[in-house]
Design a protein around this ligand. Structure first.
Ligand code: SF4
Ligand code: SF4
Length: 430
């Protein structure tokens, strides 16, 4: 893959004037913006960022300050939900980042690292398994304990937080399930495909297995297609659209037209991107129709399960649970009721809303790695909301949020457990 794949860019990829014109600068989105709530700066609000995009569209140069304000955005799309004028902020920020990616000359080392992560590591089962094995060795060899006990990472500030955020490797990885079919329990009602994603295959393999079991309990024959790949969400959010398009084409080829009733994901970030494949491939004649058919079948697993008459054979779970909305489920896919309905369907479970549940936790894909300081400030505020409840469990619907909330519990929590909604359903079915 040539370096240039990261910078393939056309006029269609930059923020479109019709999208920019929708903003009437009313400011009703400001309080929904996590970075504005922390900094109180107009330039770090949705309205301010759109204003800066307008200036660039009118010919202003792409300056380091512009890049900084746009990179500090979580792309959480909380502003999109709050906006009464229908501004599609998610489209705008993705397009603005694609323009930055194409026009900004990054240092050679940064370009090389980005190329490796986005186009080689994330879509490659082999590389992901190798990375998981190395991290497993770091954990199991005692090196991690040694590094933590010496306080070495504190010297490097950010590294200490990153180490806390790092996912654990889980073996066997979910790549072992690729190409397999898991039969429905009882009468088959649905034939569904499950997407494994990228990092989740090695760090959330047990969650994926729980997802398969819950679907089987609800009459689904679950296929894990072998030729699927990473959804492209991290690439898309980082402005690397050409790689995201390549991955989208591969997933469409692997899954569209295979007769599935639904194409499922348990990760809200992936689901949000999969549902955008129609737009991403709209200018590719060979793919635009196939991509639209694909999108019609994509469902978040919460959305899918909540639409069924759920198998009621669950045992009671004596737990108090709160729910953190994943931004790409609540704001990206407009799904808030489904996970709450599923939690409330578990006998014995007591559900407690936390304040500001739909405000971002600071995870946002790899934002917590790139913008660690802001991410941690947002996480601190989120943990105050969590600790205002008496919940023993924080449920959520996205693997990235799970890692972030686990770090939050380690730093400021009260020993809460973090679980995916599907994991709680799985426990109730066992
Ligand atoms: S994005 Fe929407 S809510 Fe925010 S200033 Fe523009 S029109 Fe108003
Ligand atoms: S996407 Fe999130 S962080 Fe970015 S401007 Fe909108 S509300 Fe603020």
């Amino acid at each position: 893959m040539a370096v240039s794949e990261l910078t393939v860019y056309t006029e269609l990829d930059k923020p479109q004037q019709r999208d920019l014109d929708r903003c009437v600068h009313c400011g009703l989105c400001l309080n929904a913006c996590p970075t504005y709530r922390v900094l109180g700066l107009e330039m770090d609000s949705p309205r301010g960022r759109i204003y800066q995009m307008v200036q660039v569209a009118e010919g202003a140069p792409i300056t380091p300050s512009y890049v900084e304000h746009l990179e500090l955005c979580l792309a959480c799309r909380g502003c999109e939900t709050a906006c009464p004028s229908g501004v599609q902020y998610g489209r705008l920020i993705e397009a603005a980042r694609a323009e930055i990616e194409a026009r900004l000359k990054r240092p050679w080392a940064v370009r090389t690292l980005r190329r490796f992560v986005f186009s080689t590591l994330l879509p490659s089962p082999g590389w992901l398994k190798l990375a998981a094995r190395l991290f497993w060795l770091y954990e199991r060899s005692g090196l991690q304990r040694l590094v933590r006990s010496t306080g070495l990472l504190r010297l490097f500030g950010k590294l200490q937080h990153l180490e806390q955020l790092a996912p654990r490797a889980e073996f066997p990885t979910f790549f072992d399930a690729y190409g397999k079919v898991f039969p429905a329990e009882g009468t088959r009602r649905y034939k569904v495909a499950l997407l494994g994603g990228c990092i989740a295959n090695v760090s959330f393999a047990r969650l994926h297995e729980a997802t398969v079991r819950v679907l089987q309990k609800n009459g689904c024959e679950v296929h894990v297609p072998a030729h699927q790949t990473c959804c492209g969400a991290l690439q898309l959010h980082s402005g690397v659209r050409s790689v995201a398009r390549r991955l989208a084409r591969q997933n469409v080829d692997a899954l569209a037209g295979a007769g599935f009733d639904a194409i499922l994901t348990n990760s809200a970030g992936c689901g949000s991107t999969l549902k955008e494949y129609g737009e991403l491939l709209e200018h590719e004649e060979a793919y635009c129709d196939k991509a639209r058919q694909f999108v019609e079948k994509v469902r978040d697993v919460n959305e899918f399960l909540a639409s069924l008459e759920l198998n009621p054979n669950m045992r009671p779970l004596n737990l108090t649970v709160t729910y953190q909305d994943s931004c790409h489920l609540a704001h990206g896919q407009k799904i808030k009721a489904a996970p709450r309905k599923l939690l409330r369907s578990i006998p014995g479970l007591r559900f407690q809303e936390m304040p500001l549940a739909d405000l971002c936790c600071g995870s946002a894909g790899i934002y917590n790695v790139l913008q660690t300081e802001m991410s941690m400030e947002i996480l601190t505020r989120k943990m105050e909301c969590v600790n205002a409840t008496s919940a023993q469990v924080i449920a959520t619907a996205n693997t990235g949020c799970m890692l972030q909330l686990r770090a939050g519990v380690a730093l400021q929590g009260r020993g809460q457990r973090v679980a995916h909604v599907v994991e709680l359903l799985d426990e109730a079915y066992r």
